[in-house]
Design a protein around this ligand. Structure first.
Ligand SMILES: [Zn+2]
Length: 326
């Protein structure tokens, strides 16, 4: 029997999971839909059925569970009112997994899990101060300061997606106006398409054909082909992002900001304008100091790897503390 921990990344539509050894070897990886269940209990049963089967197939012994999820609260071990999941108030996710496997279970925010993945396996291996920003349906952020994760007093640190970037701007799922993720995310890009396509000069843009260009990936393709509206949208998105990151850089003085997720795959289409606007907006003594990267890790696996690594770290810390007491 090989000792493993389970890593789980609960996304709005897909849940990814895997089994990882202490040396970081992934012995099993799969996914299933997050939606289509009557509630958390039915979802939990389907997921634990799959995990139990995977453990049996791979002859693995589970030592712990690490979970990354939107609105995942590390301190309480619960997911609270995640807008896309619809599971209601305070679902005790860590407690349920711990009970089921009779082993310790840990819950972190999904972007925090991705940051742990980047720190353990990616570009941030040797960095003590960096931010990992996930650009998916929304915008998430995991923060390392002085080599340690920043959780905050109540476990909600890193909600960069809900920092106000344009006062009285677009309406956000959180109920507020002008949040960063309503501009800088896959869904934010599509909002920009709808907002700007009626502007003068964009009458002939291919983006008017919504069936052919239904998502941010297609908008990136149009921009790469020189469509003026698509190019304008990436320029605009880069500028809005730069405004927020100039504040973030002034606050945290990070060595790097690393992007992961679907929209990050647009690469230089987004990073180009971002760096250009950042060089103007950042406080003069910090100018050019923070490096901007796109993660090289598979964005499909980064949070699973991070959640599993976190569980290993916590298990090792715990056994170390125990031996100190003895
Ligand atoms: Zn918001």
């Amino acid at each position: 029997m090989a000792d493993v921990v389970i890593g789980i990344d609960i996304g709005g539509t897909i849940t990814k999971f895997g089994l990882m050894t202490a040396t970081g070897k992934v012995v099993f990886h799969d996914n299933m839909p997050t939606t289509g269940f009557s509630g958390f209990d039915e979802y939990f049963k389907a997921l634990t059925d799959k995990l139990s089967l995977a453990c049996k197939k791979t002859a693995s012994q589970v030592l712990g569970v690490g979970v990354g999820a939107p609105m995942g609260n590390f301190i309480e071990g619960s997911i609270d009112m995640a807008t896309n999941l619809g599971w209601g108030k305070k679902v005790p996710v860590a407690g349920r997994f711990s009970e089921f496997f009779n082993k310790p279970a840990y819950l972190v925010n999904d972007a925090t899990a991705a940051a742990i993945g980047e720190k353990t396996f990616g570009l941030a291996k040797k960095m003590d101060d960096f931010l990992l920003i996930t650009l998916g349906t929304g915008l998430g952020c995991g923060i390392y300061v002085n080599g340690k994760l920043l959780h905050g007093k109540h476990g909600y640190a890193g909600e960069l997606g809900h920092v106000t970037v344009i006062p009285e701007g677009r309406k956000c799922n959180c109920g507020r106006l002008g949040c960063l993720e309503t501009y800088v995310s896959a869904s934010g890009v599509m909002k920009s398409v709808r907002e700007f396509k009626t502007k003068k000069g964009f009458e002939n843009s291919v983006l008017h054909d919504e069936a052919a260009y239904p998502d941010s990936k297609a908008v990136a393709r149009a921009a790469a082909n020189g469509d003026p509206l698509a190019e304008y949208i990436f320029e605009f998105t880069g500028e809005v992002l730069a405004s927020s990151l100039a504040n973030v850089i002034a606050m945290f003085n990070p060595e790097a900001i690393i992007f992961s997720g679907g929209l990050a795959n647009a690469g230089s289409l987004l990073i180009g304008p971002l760096e250009q606007f950042l060089s103007r907006k950042v406080l003069h003594n910090l100018r050019g100091k923070t490096k901007i990267y796109v993660s090289k890790l598979d964005s499909e696996k980064i949070a699973v790897l991070g959640a599993a690594s976190y569980a290993w770290q916590m298990i090792e810390e715990h056994s170390h503390n125990k031996s100190l007491v003895v």
